[in-house]
Design a protein around this ligand. Sequence first.
Ligand SMILES: Cc1ncnc2c1ncn2[C@@H]1O[C@H](/C=C/CNC(=O)c2cc(-c3ccc(F)cc3)cc(O)c2O)[C@@H](O)[C@H]1O
Ligand SMILES: [Mg+2]
Length: 214
Amino acid sequence: TRSTRPQRLLKAVQKHATRGDPQSVISAIDHFCRHSEWAMNVGDEKGSILDSVVSELNPEKVLELGTYCGYSTVRIARLLPPGARLITLEFNADYAAIARQVIAWAGLEDKVQLVEGASEDWIPRMKEHFGIETFDFVFLDHWKDRYLPDTKLMEDCGLLRKGTVLLADNVICPGVPDYLEYVRNGLFYKSCYFKSHLEYTKAEDGLEKSVFLG
Ligand SMILES: Cc1ncnc2c1ncn2[C@@H]1O[C@H](/C=C/CNC(=O)c2cc(-c3ccc(F)cc3)cc(O)c2O)[C@@H](O)[C@H]1O
Ligand SMILES: [Mg+2]
């Protein structure tokens, strides 16, 4: 049977990227998505904004919601200091299998824990299962109607502390209106918008950075 797009993306990584070199993995995926097949990775333009937020924050404990093929997982993990940990949640077994191989090709498996399952099932288990008290940084890039309920769930589970940074992809395209209203007009966050473009296109999109006020 015909291969899937994530499988073809992984093949492109294995063909063009150097094992143990995260930047070459990122470049191989961006080239594949720009010149062969579009895929819903955060991409190079928004990825540079993601890089600057992570580099400035130097987080120890990171949570990613929605691994997909592991592109943003590699972007974030490559910037983390030794001993820092990234937990990424992915409930599609096929995507998780591809992402594990992409993360391994980049040589970042020691910094990353890919958990196969739904965010709403695993967010409440972060403390007892992973020994996580609070997260320093959360990247939201899963189903767009899950951003707001999962943010409220993280609050309720005490996983956010004063200064925790949430960075949300796709706040314009496809858009997350309920989440935006909550972090911009609610009382719990200081929020700002980073205008950019939808990955590999000229359409507008952007990232919303929201700092939890505790
Ligand atoms: C509750 C739960 N738990 C665990 N994993 C979960 C989960 N909910 C979803 N996932 C996982 O995360 C990824 C899903 C990503 C959803 N992203 C998008 O839909 C998306 C779409 C576009 C887009 C823009 C314009 C278009 F014309 C078409 C598509 C761009 C993007 O950047 C996107 O992120 C995917 O790997 C899914 O299995
Ligand atoms: Mg996205």
